[in-house]
Design a protein around this ligand. Structure first.
Ligand code: DAH
Length: 338
């Protein structure tokens, strides 16, 4: 039996050595270790081995089984390695992988999120209103006279019904005050529509962010402090900000706000980013008339309001020279914000 075991082992190892594919190895395993395998069959002979030899023969059998099993394993691994090497021929696995493009926020979305988060930290809550408005909320309640140019058919998209696409987000001021007594501290980001000729700085649909703060004793100092802080948070603490007297029907006094832009290779210049002012008492009167109460009595409350161009803020922030890039969805442009 000892000889038999040795012979089987020698033959088995030779057969495994000669096997040159996975199939041949599996066949060898079955032929040697399988139910009808040569080694399995010999093992059955243990029964007839004299007691005193059993230990020795048993050891031999185990050793043979182990040697064969490990030969099978290492041959299998060697074959797999050879196969892998063959598959990789001509491929350099040390080359860097192809990068996967990550999506990113649109610059407008990005600047809107940032503006909202700064203003929310200062206690402003989000408000909203319809984009299809009526003349009262867009103009009359905001103290805008019948003959104001903004009301012109040439400048505004009117529907046959007499409704219109809001020309600014200031209508949300009116809607908010109609529904809520002071104190009011809201911001309203959203689209506005004008019949502008489209060019590098104008779109007929653009984005604004409106703000309104009404309470007792709100002052021009509050307005200046709030908006300066906001612009410094957005563009950096060094940013120069200027308030330039202007006219809006719904605020008195009114200002336009400019920030100084230092574009590479260009002389610094002032760029207008927002309109603002102290809410005109005539607006409070309109609101009270609409609410049928005196909640916004001009004797008791004051307020400030502002409206900024979000597209403009994004253009300044990233040095975008043409506003049309913001709506064209050219991936070569958008990819730069990833
Ligand atoms: N609605 C103005 C515009 O679209 C911007 C504006 C100016 C908004 C002054 C305000 C404000 O709230 O107080 O040009």
């Amino acid at each position: 039996m000892k000889d038999q075991i040795e012979t089987i082992q020698t033959e088995a190892l030779a057969r495994i050595e000669a096997a040159n594919d996975a199939r041949a190895i599996e066949d060898a395993r079955v032929a040697i270790l399988g139910k009808q395998g040569s080694l399995t069959k010999v093992s059955a002979g243990m029964r007839d081995v004299p007691k005193e030899d059993k230990a020795l023969v048993g050891q031999l059998l185990n050793a043979a089984r182990q040697a064969i099993t490990s030969a099978l394993d290492s041959k299998k691994t060697a074959l797999q390695d050879a196969q892998d090497a063959e598959a990789l021929k001509g491929i350099d696995p040390t080359l860097p992988g192809r990068s996967v493009h990550h999506g990113s926020l649109h610059p407008l979305t990005h600047i809107r999120h940032e503006a909202i988060s700064i203003l929310r930290r200062m206690g402003f809550a989000l408000a909203d209103g319809p984009e299809i408005e009526d003349e009262f909320h867009c103009f009359d309640a905001l103290n805008t006279p019948e003959d104001h140019p903004a009301r012109n058919e040439k400048d505004t998209f009117y529907f046959d019904s007499g409704k219109l696409l809001r020309t600014h987000t200031s209508s949300v001021q009116v809607r908010t005050m109609e529904g809520q007594a002071p104190p009011v501290r809201i911001i309203a980001p959203g689209s506005a529509y004008r019949r502008d000729e489209i060019d590098a700085t104008h779109l007929s649909v653009f984005n604004q962010l409106e703000g309104l703060y009404v309470d007792t004793d709100v002052s021009l100092g509050d307005l200046k402090g709030t908006l300066e802080y906001f612009l410094h948070e957005l563009f950096g603490p060094e940013t120069e900000v200027r308030f330039r007297p202007h006219f809006f029907p719904f605020t008195e006094p009114s200002f336009e706000i400019d920030v100084k832009l230092h574009a590479k290779g260009q002389a610094p210049k002032w760029i207008e980013v927002a309109g603002c002012g102290m809410v005109d008492p005539a607006v409070f009167d309109q609101i009270n008339g609409s609410r049928k109460d005196e909640a916004f009595s001009p004797d008791q409350v004051t307020g400030f309001a502002f409206g900024m161009g979000l597209d403009r803020l994004a253009m300044i922030r990233w040095g975008i020279r043409d506003i049309r890039l913001l709506i064209e969805n050219d991936s070569r442009f958008l990819r730069q914000f990833g």
